[in-house]
Design a protein around this ligand. Sequence first.
Ligand code: PLP
Length: 400
Amino acid sequence: AMKLAERVVQLKPSASIVARQRVLELQAAGETIIDLTIGEPDLDTPAHIVEAAFAAVNAGDTHYTVPPGTPALRKAIIAKLQRDNGLDYAMNEVIVGVGAKQLIYEAFAASLDTGDEVIVPAPYWVSYPDIATIHDGTPVIVDCPEVDGFKLTAKALEAAITPNTKWLVLNSPNNPSGAVYSREELEALAQVLRQAPHVWLMTDEIYEHLTYDGVTAISLVEAAPDLKDRTLIVNGVSKAYAMTGWRIGYAAGPSDIIAAMVKLVGQSTSCASSVSQAAAAAALSGDQACVAEATEIFRQRRDRMFEILDGTPGLAVRKPDGAFYFYPSVAGLIGKTTPQGKVLQSDLDVSLYLLEAAHVAVLDGGAYGMSPYLRMSFGGAMADIEVGCHAIRKACEELV
Ligand code: PLP
């Protein structure tokens, strides 16, 4: 066998792989499993966006584009940042990628040297520490307990910063906790960051529009404009416009890091799909009613999920302010015994029990860096939420 690169060997497959394997086994045995693990909207991409893609194909828009993205899409991104966030960026300060994920990848590739530290508040989207590790960076995980609303406090940030800190990654609304930072909370973090001018900020705003009950997500740069010259905003069309498969994300930041990322895009994917870029431009500059409609659908799913799960023994359920995940504590289930006589010892055990007893797949908090919790998605159909949550409730009631 080939001797693989050390940085790849170091990447540990998450424990959730065990649960994923069991889902496949049960499905192969003919069982129906309700999947509450999904990280994307089940909605169709809005028609006017799909039409823009067809129009692009028919117009012969089927060639390589320039690596940073078509001028039309970059102009649409600049206009979006102005319209929604009140921020001004120039053409050489934005870049298009194959999903937001590619841009996180290229930003770390462009900036990390061995030993550079990346502060990642937990619970976190699992890709940040893994992508930092791939580029020889050192993830520094900072616990953000539920009592703090799963949010990074100024005090915890201050304690985590060292001379080697290169980046702080901030994801609001957050996957998996749904936490949304308020302006005051961002200002408090900014206050600490001003004392640490060597630290760069990566703000992952991919769930920006998916907030509920009057909560709005603002960018760190809106709260602290003086930090704009060391902030990389990462965003994309995947979640807001149900466009995960089109693979278009974008980033905005100072021209020197953007230029370095453009070089890397030029030597990896060359550019994002020309057709998808045309669709994304239509998404960002077209009628935004589809975003409000999607958000309303998610709000109804969230409220229904809460209604069914609230009061389930052992499950501490709270409605998330944003994104489309519940992240209930299952501390109350640890130590309980299943009807088969097994004692639940971790959130992974709980997720495996729910799979066997309720035929519902959820993800364990361990995969997101904070236990004992479960991540339950309401990105999927209402019917699945109905059936899945009732089954979860019943399975929890059967524990002793
Ligand atoms: N950031 C977060 C927090 C996510 O949850 C996801 C997708 O799950 C992404 C980024 C990646 O999005 P994209 O489809 O644009 O690569």
